[in-house]
Design a binder for this molecule. Structure first.
Ligand code: GTP
Ligand code: MG
Length: 718
């Protein structure tokens, strides 16, 4: 089968933003205007579960009115195929943005015209920076009271450090939002009604345009008075991208055509010289078609972005794979979901062609995968396909061993594609089946949830035997359990949320341990010398073997490493995992008969236990970046409260008529914050938080935590 859509006509894009900016609302309209569906469902009409938007189809999404998992849809606009992923804005589901950006070529960043740049827009912006994803900005909700386009543009510049370039200006705002000035074509696009089928009129820009369109608010009129200024900025910025057009302009005063300007906007967007800014109101059906035009005109096709990098076993870049059907097959698995169709593995094909029935290599795990059914997903609908080509995003049904982040490739030409980075889950709860006989079914379902979501971690408390689930936040954990009920029919309960502390140590020490036992005939013997040294934060764990002359036989070195890996999970202070250190095996000895893998593993474990106690161990706690948005009247109370929570204020920003207080606060101090905040501000403040980093716990607090853990364990094991 030949390629049906040329690569240059594909746009793989994501919609990213802070929670509630209007991503799903915009997606719903995109599907309507491209003819993919005939109705529009609004988010607030789904709570009774009778209807849902196309992309927010999970029960949990309908009920809560938020997006939880990213969903892919596709549509055609001006003969271009747009594959679009609607992502969640809530910080607990960041993994979904993370993995989507990893495989997308471009993104539309949506802003709430009232709130402007909010914390999660900032986080997602940085993620897009990390993955080098070209983007467009869309200032939505221009119809809301307090909407302010220029303030939002200014925030994009100041808070995101970006170079925003308005390609439109709003005509009016709030109740009187009528449309926009198209600065490329220099026309006014004006809607007479909010109806989804209302067509816009294209008007000439005349000096009396504000009067003609009944724009009365002074700030709205001021924008229209400045059209020429913004047009000049647009033209000048565009010409930086095109030397010939610049020359023409400077020598002959030739004003570049709309096509030339669009070509420049495309070039500058793709090479990230600037970010085009548009405006509209998705809810009032104004500006969505223009966003689609901009996606087609400015965002990259798969062939416009740098080739995907290939890496070695340590994740270091070693080469690249060109986006082309003629290259050997390679694809990255970025998402696994379990649903009615079984396990679905979403992959982005980077090169080559994958056909049904093929046998490919999972080069990350060194396993073979047989490709059975392949489907193109449209939100929850699956449409069978027989092949997938470079640039496509498809789902593979029932793969055996492939997990999120794995590379699939042609086994004759193996490569490993650049990996994904996953966020750190810092809140943990103990979980169990609601009804004891269902425990096994519960565990199986939990295993599936964790495999599908790399921002969940599962641990077993070695002393109490409890199952501990770690996630990004309370909402994440609640939703996970609730989805097990709806998707696997098993109910669970969870304990109080706990902070996922970590342990580390501050002194470099050398530990010798001899494991020796004589029981009856055969004995046990192993000796190890291990240097333990602290590493910088987030370095994880490193093991190095520096033994010489076979003092520890080569076949037993992995047992030493394994012993350390197991034992480090059970820290010496309060049983939390030990992180950020290197263990170097420098010497040891063995006995011909009495030494084996097990004795070396035991010796390594004991060396860790004994050694770390002498290495000045400390407790680390997750510290969160917290942003509290409050009316100015309560500012003093909000700041005082953050200080009492061991927080430190980093910044205060104007946010419309409110003030955003940015602080870092230990997670352990944030439980119950929402109640306190609401009480303090008569319910008028709100906050968001996300993980920032791990930091040593102050001595007095650490003593309390250690004592509490000991008490809790004693109660559970008694
Ligand atoms: N006034 C107004 N409201 C809007 C507009 N766009 C979206 N909304 C409303 O904002 C709320 C959130 O919209 P969503 O589309 O769910 O936002 P989202 O960005 O998908 O949110 P998450 O997926 O949860 O991050 C809904 O109640 C929408 O009706 C708009 O242009 N104007
Ligand atoms: Mg949404």
């Amino acid at each position: 089968m030949a390629r049906t859509t040329p690569l240059a006509d594909i746009r793989n894009i994501g919609i990213i933003a802070h929670v509630d900016a209007g991503k799903t609302t915009t997606t719903e309209r995109i599907l309507y205007y491209t003819g993919r569906k005939h109705t529009i469902i609004d988010i607030h009409d789904t709570k009774d579960l009778k209807t849902s938007t196309t992309t927010d189809y999970l029960e949990q999404e309908q009920k809560r009115g938020i997006t939880i998992q990213s969903a892919a849809v596709s549509a055609f606009w001006r003969e271009k195929k747009i594959n679009l992923i609607d992502t969640p804005g809530h910080v607990d589901f960041t993994i979904e943005v993370n993995r989507s950006l990893r495989v997308l070529d471009g993104a539309v960043v949506v802003f709430d015209g009232v709130a402007g740049v909010e914390p999660q827009s900032e986080t997602n912006w940085r993620l897009a920076d990390n993955y080098d994803v070209p983007r467009l900005c869309y200032v939505n909700k221009m119809d809301r009271s307090g909407a302010n386009f220029l303030r939002c543009v200014d925030m994009i510049k100041k808070r995101l450090g970006a170079r925003p370039l308005p390609a439109q200006l709003p005509i009016g705002s709030e109740d009187n939002f009528k449309g926009m000035i198209d600065l490329v074509e220099m026309k006014a696009l004006v809607w007479d009604s909010d109806d989804k089928d209302a067509e816009w009129k294209v008007l000439d820009i005349t000096p009396d345009i504000a009067d003609k369109l009944h724009i009365t608010t002074p700030s709205d009129r001021a924008i229209l008075a400045d059209i020429a200024k913004y047009r000049t900025e647009l033209v000048d910025t565009c010409l930086e991208q095109d030397d010939a057009a610049m020359e023409e302009f400077l020598t002959h005063g030739t004003v570049p055509s709309g096509d030339t300007l669009r070509a420049c906007l495309r070039k500058g967007t793709i090479n990230s010289s600037f970010t085009v800014v548009l405006c509209g109101s998705s809810y009032k059906n104004k500006g969505v078609q223009q966003v689609l035009d901009a996606v087609v005109d400015y965002l990259p096709a798969p062939t416009d972005v740098a080739s995907i990098k290939t890496v070695d076993a340590d994740g270091e870049p070693i080469g690249e794979r060109k986006t082309s059907d003629d290259e050997p097959f390679s694809a990255l698995a970025f998402k696994v979901i379990n649903d009615a169709y079984g396990a679905l593995t979403f992959v982005r094909v980077y090169s080559g062609v994958l056909t049904k029935g093929a046998s490919v290599q999972n080069s990350t795990r060194g396993k073979r995968e047989k490709i059975g059914r392949m489907v193109e997903m449209f939100a929850k609908e699956a449409n069978p396909v027989d092949e997938a080509r470079a640039g496509d995003i498809i789902a593979l049904v029932s793969l055996a061993d492939t997990e999120t982040g794995d590379t699939l490739c042609d086994s004759a030409n193996p490569v490993v594609l650049e990996r994904m980075r996953f966020p750190e889950p810092v809140i943990s709860v103990s979980v169990k089946a609601k009804n004891k006989p269902e425990q096994e079914k519960f565990n199986a379902a939990l295993g599936k949830m964790v495999r599908a979501d790399p921002s969940l971690h599962l641990e077993t408390d070695r002393e109490t035997g409890q199952t501990i689930l770690r996630g990004m936040g309370e909402l994440h954990l609640e939703v996970t359990l609730d989805r097990m009920r709806t998707e696997f029919g098993v109910e669970g309960t969870m304990g109080e949320p706990q902070v996922a502390y970590r342990e580390t140590f501050t002194k470099k020490i050398t530990e010798q341990y001899i494991h020796k036992k004589q029981t009856g005939g055969s004995g046990q013997f192993a000796e190890v010398w291990i240097v333990f040294e602290p590493l910088e934060r987030s370095a994880g764990f490193e093991f190095v073997d520096e033994t010489v002359g076979g003092s520890v036989p080569r076949e037993f070195v992995p047992s030493v490493e394994k012993g350390l890996k197991v034992q480090k999970e059970d820290g010496v202070l309060a049983h939390y995992p030990t992180v950020d250190f290197r263990a170097t095996l420098i010497d040891g000895s063995f006995h011909d008969v009495d030494s084996n893998a097990m004795t070396f593993e035991i010796a390594a474990k004991a060396a860790f236990r004994e050694g770390i106690r002498k290495a000045a161990p400390i407790l680390l706690e997750p510290v969160m970046k917290v942003e509290t948005v409050t009316p100015g009247d309560y500012l003093g109370d909000v700041i005082g409260d953050i200080n009492r929570r061991r927080g430190s204020i980093q910044d205060q920003l104007e946010r419309g008529t409110n003030i955003a207080v940015v602080a870092v606060v230990p997670l352990s101090e944030m439980f119950g914050y929402i109640g306190q905040l609401r009480g303090m501000t008569s319910g008028r403040a709100s906050y968001t938080m996300e993980f920032s980093h791990y930091e040593p716990v102050p001595r007095n607090v650490a003593d309390e935590v250690i004592a509490e853990v000991a008490k809790a364990k004693a109660a559970l094991t008694a």
